[in-house]
Ligand binder design. Sequence first.
Ligand SMILES: [Zn+2]
Length: 184
Amino acid sequence: VRYDEDVALPHDYDGQACSLARTLEVVGERWTLLIVRDAFFGVRRFGDFAAHLRIPRAVLTDRLRSLTAAGILARVPGEAGRDEYQLTAKGVSLWPAVRVLTAWGDDHYAAADGPRRIFLHAADDGPLDQFSRCPRCGQAVGAMDTVVVPGPGLASPSPEDDSVTAAMARPHRLLQPLRAGALS
Ligand SMILES: [Zn+2]
């Protein structure tokens, strides 16, 4: 894996043997975890990542390439002959980290109204805690069985929203491909 010039962490630093340092080399760059999060939310197409994240296209290209090289995303044939990006099993196993970081942000940086998104157990609508435990059935719930719904801090949809943002504002199961066009 190679790193570009704008990488936030020094290329060589005293923590190379540390698993956290290695993890951050892969997912610690700006935008990378946001791309991974969007992939959990069902974004798969280059244009949809670009529209939702408003990320410069050259940076998106670079990040998708490094996530694919790291085996976190896989490039798969999509509709209309365009490739799409799908989380691999290795990528899906990042879900607990994404979830707990999101919950940490909700605790410390959420809007006054509360979190933007709430995560529910698909089987019984139990509101999952930061460790994805369901209070109704006591299970630890994986990404596949998690439904994301708008929380109180999510702004009401506006006509100016891109179609991905609009589709994401509807309750949906994680990892199900978001078909923004078809849903809007
Ligand atoms: Zn449950």
